[in-house]
Design a protein around this ligand. Structure first.
Ligand code: ADP
Ligand code: MG
Length: 380
């Protein structure tokens, strides 16, 4: 297995970057992007796209694969990370990389900092990679091919998280302050504390207060039209002052969801069970779905802000959560498959040809392990 060449990454040229972006654009409607299509999209005056494609593969930002009908290129995790980090760093939200603080089921979490040294939390969403191969077996695979792609799912997962975090934060909910989003990456405030899963000792009065606070939060969310859907000790951070901060929103559902009552009760049960197990605390008091007094529709606001109901439906399906609340007419969905007009990069496309800050290179170097792993998986 080849190694990631960090030196070349640092000096990725304007043309390299253009070709990498061209593959990303091509992947909107191709699982594998043929070299010829990449050349058309990249629209490079002097050609040379094929050599650049080869170099990007050597650096594992792209991979070349043989498909059933044609061969072509696709972005690797590192390639997609590169594009997002380049954008976030050009906007000044991410300047340096710190430690990885979490590997969730569907994300990697890092401490990052901006140029001033202010620390943030960076969450890279990674969806669809694992179930992608299983999906291939399904008969409706072709119909849902684009919807199910890891690129699309990871991006809409981050988009949703950022949109909900923003709406919740603006209403004074205890969530991290959202800072920036690009592609599959969300930058947010770093919570000074630890997940509730690591809290073992609390005074009895504090236990009761925390329990009440969390139950109130579940109801308050529902009053605003949403259910967290994964309200457990790993997604509740406890600050140094003992205040709960809720994280992890991609699976949130509307209180209009067909299974809303079930999701609501599951969140409540999670808290009840945890408090019984961990603190031997049981209370007669817990909220029910009938306690909801609708005062606001966060989900409607979020869909108006660009995270559409169709995206939500695709995301929830991609995560294996049942179909969304109501049927969405599929004719609404833009058919991206019409390959007639190929979108080309404009001549003046130049997101940034500057070198990445050193720290980000170090991060990308760390990714090589992960890439090698996924390369092995893909070749199976
Ligand atoms: P996943 O969807 O993979 O579960 P989470 O958003 O729940 O991802 O994050 C995984 C872990 O990363 C959390 O359990 C927590 O320990 C840590 N984490 C996530 N966001 C933050 C944050 N804003 N501040 C501090 N730690 C965080
Ligand atoms: Mg989580």
């Amino acid at each position: 297995m080849g190694k990631l060449n960090v030196t070349i990454l640092r000096y990725l040229s304007k043309e390299d970057f253009r070709v990498l972006t061209a593959i990303e654009m091509g992947m909107k409607n191709h699982e594998l992007v043929p070299g010829a299509l990449a050349a058309v999209i990249a629209n490079l005056r002097h050609g040379g796209v094929h050599k650049i494609l080869r170099d990007l593969c050597k650096n594992r930002l792209l991979s070349y694969e043989r498909g059933k009908h044609y061969d072509g290129y696709r972005l690797t995790n590192a390639g997609y990370d590169y594009l997002a980090l380049k954008t976030l760093s050009s906007r000044g939200s991410v300047y340096s990389f710190g430690n990885q603080i979490g590997v969730g089921k569907e994300s990697n979490i890092y401490i990052v900092a901006n140029e001033d040294g202010t620390e943030y939390c960076l969450k890279l969403h990674r969806l669809g990679r694992i179930c992608f191969r299983n999906l291939k077996e399904k008969r409706d695979y072709h119909a849902h091919r684009h919807k199910a792609s890891w690129l699309y799912l990871s991006r809409i997962s981050a988009t949703k998280e950022y949109a909900y975090m923003t709406a919740l934060y603006n209403r004074g909910f205890p969530v991290p302050k959202p800072i920036d989003v690009n592609r599959h990456c969300v930058v947010m405030d770093l919570v000074q504390g630890q997940p509730m899963s690591r809290v073992y000792q609390l005074e009895e009065s504090v236990v009761e207060k925390l329990y009440d606070e969390l139950m109130d939060l579940i109801v308050k969310l529902a009053n605003h039209g949403v259910i967290h859907g994964d309200f457990n000790e790993f997604n509740i951070m406890i600050t140094e002052e003992g205040k709960p901060i809720v994280i992890d929103f991609p699976q949130m559902v509307s209180t209009n969801h067909i299974n809303a009552k079930m999701f609501f009760e599951r969140d409540v049960t999670c808290i009840k069970d945890f408090f019984r197990r961990r603190f031997a605390y049981e209370s007669e008091l817990f909220p029910t779905f009938d306690d909801i007094e609708r005062e606001d529709s966060l989900d409607v606001e979020v869909s108006a802000s660009g995270f559409t109901r169709q995206m939500d439906k695709d995301l929830l399906e991609g995560m294996g959560i049942d179909e969304a609340s109501d049927d969405i007419d599929d004719s609404d969905v833009q058919n991206e498959d019409n390959g007639e007009s190929v979108e080309k990069l404009p001549d003046n496309f130049d997101l940034s040809s500057e070198a990445l800050p050193d720290h980000i290179d170090k991060y990308l170097e760390g990714l090589k392990l992960e890439n090698e792993k996924s390369a092995v998986e893909n070749s199976n």
